[in-house]
Write a new protein. Structure first.
Lengths: 431, 189
């Protein structure tokens, strides 16, 4: 019996040594005599629909509540409680996925890939915080984003970052946003999801490298408030720009600023703008000249960065698996490497033509060449604009929360004596 | 002087309102565009079993401690062999059911006697880690009735599936959520 079995296997191996992946009937299904019935393969269904709608509703409710708490109630404690709720709900319970930061990539992919449709919840997750930012500022960052919340919770010893360093480091977020869009548009990878530093904490599991990055960021967050939000978050860039235009916004004082300077150091995120003295006469001329030079330099900078971005296509296109595979196959076929990889073996087993693979890879690389122009151009534009803003002098008479960088956390409210006067007034009214 | 100043502010406000309205319109436009593309169905991740090479990445790259990928058995394709190359080590001699002769590292593939000389093979999902060792054995030498699938009662449906990113044969696809499985069919050829 045993021998016969081996012989059958031997014959089977000889006959079908090609090892094709399709279901071959090497051994015809038996005809059972005892009335045996084939069990059916179970196919448990995903149970997401209800949750996704629930997430959208909770998001909308949390955003509305956050706007109310930040702009009307002006209570740091209430904002804090909502923030902890969001951390527990969107973070630990819903495992941090889907989030608006990552949803950016789905939106981009759906624009460039016509066969890809964005799920309803993802579309809402991307759009709602942006719409709220247009009306109420960055209330999403304040109390709804779980990534912001986890950093905000560990901020114990805030150290202020000099504004030139803050501004310089923020450039990384622009580069990150541009890269995420480039890789999503070419269908290569979802960079933001792959390097989401805190999702491993939410899932209590994850890639070791990302876990190390996340832990480092959390340790840094003890001293430097919300490093991810300020220097890395690509969605934060969109919120920044929209909240510049917001209809309503955080005001440190509920009344007139009395210039008491008490709030000066209350913001751990360096978002409080001090009153500025008028531009000194000597500086004025120099600033004017510098501005003129920068304005001329801006197009050159954009073209230069765009050209380098496009020139990097050989490197950037390696994010796409097909390009990686084609390069590997090329190396193997030209005898530059001896061994094989899982990917190259899998490709050879399919029996597809190498030429077709090369063509596809070259197409993708060409896309990266074109995308690289936009990627580099955007980065160049941002560097140029940053230099230009240095040469612009804004006049301010009061202490104000910076429109773009204020995360609406509400820490500054209690520092203002006018706020205490307001609270006392309401208390008296109640009594 | 005063009036000029006032004008200035007004112009600035006007411009700002214009940009604000443009942004809002832009967002609304984007919303409309997404709505026009909206399919009723969401998508989920699934493995195309005809492309999968059972490399073993599914067992290690999933973000879950216990991978959401499990081996499934389509019984209609199975040959119910006594000597199953998905069940036994190739060098198992004599090929009995001793634990050291089983291919499955976790003992998830169970063998049940049906009638002489046929045996039914079942996957115990609680034990299966999705390593694909049995899949390889069954596909190379057998009928290929064992193959890997993402089990959607476990899958978190991450925005970017970490296994998909590590898959050497690009076997992962987004499939409609109302038909979330790509089961092998009987080969009538």
């Amino acid at each position: 019996m045993i021998r016969i079995g081996y012989i059958i296997i031997g014959i089977a191996v000889l006959c079908f040594s090609s090892g094709a992946a399709s279901a071959l009937e090497r051994f015809p299904p038996p005809e059972f005599e005892g009335g045996y019935e084939f069990p059916s393969t179970t196919t448990p269904h995903p149970q997401q629909d209800i949750y996704e709608y629930m997430d959208t509703v909770v998001l909308l409710a949390a955003l509305s509540l956050a706007s109310y708490l930040v702009l009307r109630k002006r209570s740091r404690r209430a904002i804090f409680i909502l923030m902890v709720f969001s951390l527990l709900y969107f973070g630990f319970w819903r495992k941090g996925c889907v989030c608006p930061i990552g949803a950016t990539q789905n939106i981009v992919l759906s624009i460039f890939d016509h066969s890809y449709a964005v799920p309803v919840a993802v579309a809402f997750f991307f759009l709602l915080p942006l719409v709220f930012a247009l009306f109420f500022g960055r209330v999403f960052c304040a109390a709804v984003c779980p990534l912001g919340a986890i950093q905000d919770l560990v901020l114990l010893r805030p150290v202020s970052v000099p504004s030139w360093l803050e501004s310089g480091l923020r450039l990384f977020a622009y580069v990150y946003l541009a890269a995420a869009v480039l890789f999503a548009a070419t269908g290569s990878a979802f960079l933001i999801c792959r390097y989401d530093p805190f999702v491993a904490f939410f899932r209590l599991n994850g890639n070791l490298n990302v876990l190390i990055i996340g832990t480092c960021l959390l340790v840094i967050s003890v001293f430097i408030g919300r490093p991810y939000c300020r220097f890395i978050c690509p969605y934060g860039i969109l919120l920044r720009q929209l909240s510049r235009l917001s209809k309503w916004r955080v005001t440190i004082t509920p009344d007139e600023c009395v210039q008491c300077r008490l709030c000066e150091d209350s913001c751990p995120y360096g978002a409080i703008r001090r009153p500025s003295v008028s531009w000194p006469e000597t500086e004025y001329g120099r600033g004017k000249k510098r501005l003129a030079i920068l304005l001329v330099l801006l197009p050159i900078l954009i073209i230069l960065c765009g050209w380098s971005g496009s020139g990097l296509r050989k490197v950037t296109s390696r994010m796409h698996p097909t390009v990686r595979l084609a390069e590997r196959i090329y190396l193997e076929d030209t005898g530059k490497v001896e061994d094989t990889t899982d990917a190259s073996l899998a490709f050879r087993a399919t029996g597809k033509e190498t030429e077709a693979l090369y063509r596809e890879a070259l197409n993708i690389r060409a896309n990266f060449g074109l995308g690289g122009w936009f990627f580099g151009g955007f980065v160049g534009l941002m560097i140029g604009l940053k230099l230009i803003t240095v040469s612009i002098w804004r006049q301010r008479t009061d202490y104000e929360a910076g429109r773009a960088s204020c995360l609406a956390c509400g820490r500054c409210f209690k520092y203002c004596p006018m706020e205490h006067a307001r609270l006392n007034k309401t208390k008296e009214a109640l009594v | 002087m005063m009036s000029e100043n006032k004008n200035n502010i007004n112009r600035r406000h006007f411009l700002k309102d214009g940009v604000w309205a443009t942004c809002l319109a832009g967002l609304a436009g984007l919303g409309g565009f997404l709505l026009s593309k909206l399919k009723k169905n969401n998508t989920v991740w699934q493995i195309d079993p005809y492309v999968c090479v059972a490399c073993g990445n599914c067992a290690t790259y999933c973000v879950l401690e216990d991978s959401a990928v499990k081996c499934v058995q389509v019984y209609e394709i199975c040959g119910y062999c006594d000597i199953c190359t998905g069940y036994l080590e190739p060098e198992a001699n004599p090929p009995d059911t001793g634990a050291e002769k089983e291919l499955c590292p976790t003992g998830a593939l169970k063998r049940v006697f049906v009638e002489d000389p046929y045996f039914e093979y079942n996957v115990d999902e609680a034990l299966c880690n999705g390593c694909g060792k049995c899949v390889k054995g069954c596909t190379v030498f057998g009928n290929g009735s064992l193959f890997l699938q993402v089990r959607h009662d476990r899958c978190l449906n991450c925005n970017e599936c970490s296994i998909a990113a590590a898959c050497p044969s690009q076997a992962y696809k987004r499939v409609p959520a109302n038909e979330p499985y790509l089961l092998k069919k009987m080969d009538h050829a």
